[in-house]
Ligand binder design. Structure first.
Ligand SMILES: Cc1cc2nc3c(=O)[nH]c(=O)nc-3n(C[C@H](O)[C@H](O)[C@H](O)COP(=O)(O)OP(=O)(O)OC[C@H]3O[C@@H](n4cnc5c(N)ncnc54)[C@H](O)[C@@H]3O)c2cc1C
Length: 412
């Protein structure tokens, strides 16, 4: 059969299959996924789906007919080995699939909480539709909810749980919620916003153990910064959601002898060292022209744009991957949008008043714009996407001056 075999039927794998057909690829396209059902989008899992505003069928990326119409063969199963010499992928059930070109779009999995009690009943993670379905059912009966990790997913979940009337505590090992991804002013704004929603926020609080009774979780014990560094503060809980980051699914590649360093290593065209194997999405580390270094991103935009870029290469139109990275997160009525990639040391220039809940933070490295973080200001975000695709000439002074028309930059 050969053709293109895609392992991982998530956001990026689906997009590659669709984009190959759009680009005129006529050979066989097979999409292998270990999750049941049709490929679906994950972002609503921590938002509309948990709130009850969207059901599972609304998350599907396309209806079943799309795959038949586009001659995309959807296969269910888990790939366990790549036999590179024979150009074959071995599945857990012992069968094998051959390939002309193999694409690894295996995504990432949740990082497990490495403390005693993490396996108690009532402790949940959120990655798949199956995770979200169980969590939603159990949340209905929960009273005291503790979120471990104040990153995007933890805080999105906290906002939903508060809106549903639960008692919510979010514990975070660092001083800065979402600190890996946003500037300090933005982090501080969201910390305040969650407190105002009624969430108890424990910062600089590393979890040391989960407590339980009769096999069910009853509390989360944290080491409380300088106050109680050895632990001792316990937040009662009948439901715990852990969101402490992910681990790229790169074992298939590593075991096949491909380089893995915080993800499957690919070049700027998303090729591995084996010309018959490419990779994309959450699972890969790639050289970013925007960051000037190798990065691994976890976003829908990154998976989708990398899939489009790869579809072009596989249909004879190669180009380096250079899309401007962007991301969003919805937390209650706050829509956070980020465009570009900033280093933690980049400066942060405020445009607008955070008290109005409509403002942006412009990030600069030596007076060069690197990223824009916006809250409820989609116009700044959209303009940022256009600016950062070129060589933005915006100065920090202009960014801070609300009287300065950002749109005028497009004519410069
Ligand atoms: C709850 C949640 C909320 C999110 N919210 C946002 C958001 O608001 N904005 C945003 O931009 N991004 C968001 N993301 C991130 C976004 O969903 C991911 O970045 C995106 O799905 C990555 O696409 P991918 O194809 O690389 O991986 P995935 O979509 O994760 O797909 C990978 C697939 O590969 C399968 N797989 C792995 N190994 C194998 C194997 N050996 N054999 C067969 N199949 C395999 C996995 O089961 C999975 O189905 C969110 C993620 C989660 C979990």
């Amino acid at each position: 059969m050969s053709g293109v075999l895609i392992v991982g039927a998530g956001q990026g794998g689906f997009q590659l299959a669709a984009s190959l057909r759009e680009a005129g690829y006529a050979g066989p396209v097979r999409l292998l996924g270990e999750e049941p059902g049709l490929p679906y989008q994950r972002p609503p899992l921590s938002k509309a789906f948990l709130k009850g505003e969207a059901d599972a069928s609304q998350l599907e990326l396309r209806p079943a007919a799309f795959y038949a119409d586009h001659r995309i063969e959807l296969l269910h199963g888990r790939a366990v080995a790549i036999e590179r010499a024979a150009r074959r992928v071995r599945l857990a059930d012992g069968t094998a699939l051959d390939y002309g070109h193999l694409v690894l779009a295996t995504g990432a999995r949740n990082r497990p909480l490495p403390v005693a009690g993490a396996d108690l009943d009532g402790v949940f993670y959120l990655r798949t539709l199956a995770d979200a379905q169980v969590l939603k059912a159990r949340l209905a009966a929960a009273r005291r909810v503790v979120v471990v990790g104040a990153g995007f997913i933890g805080l999105e979940f906290a906002a939903v749980a508060r809106a549903l009337g639960h008692d919510v505590t979010a514990v975070e090992a660092t001083l800065h919620p979402m600190g890996r991804a946003v500037s300090q002013p933005m982090s501080a704004f969201f910390a305040e916003a969650h407190r105002a929603m009624g969430t108890r926020l424990a910062l600089s609080a590393g979890v040391v153990a989960l407590h339980g009774r009769d096999g069910a979780v009853t509390g989360v014990e944290v080491a409380d910064g300088a106050l109680r560094p050895g632990g001792g503060t316990v937040f009662p809980a009948d439901l715990v959601v852990v969101g402490i980051g992910v681990v790229p699914n790169a074992e298939l590649a590593a075991e096949a002898g491909l380089e893995v360093r915080n993800g499957i290593v690919v070049d700027e065209t998303l090729a591995t060292a084996d010309p018959a194997i490419s990779a994309l999405g959450d699972a890969v580390s790639y050289p970013s022209v925007h960051a000037g270094l190798t990065v691994r991103l976890e976003s829908v935009q990154n998976a989708v744009d990398q899939a489009r870029c790869l579809a072009h290469r596989l249909t004879g139109k190669p180009a380096p991957y250079a899309a401007v990275p962007w991301f969003w997160s919805d937390q209650a009525d706050l829509k956070l949008q980020i465009v570009g990639l900033a280093a933690p040391t980049d400066s942060a220039v405020l445009r607008g008043d955070p008290a109005s809940r409509r403002f942006s933070v412009f990030r600069f490295h030596e007076r060069r714009l690197t990223a824009i973080e916006s809250v409820n200001r989609p116009a700044d975000h959209m303009l940022g996407r256009r600016l950062l695709a070129g060589r933005p000439s915006l100065t920090p002074e202009e960014a801070a001056d609300e009287g300065f028309e950002l749109k005028s930059l497009l004519a410069r």
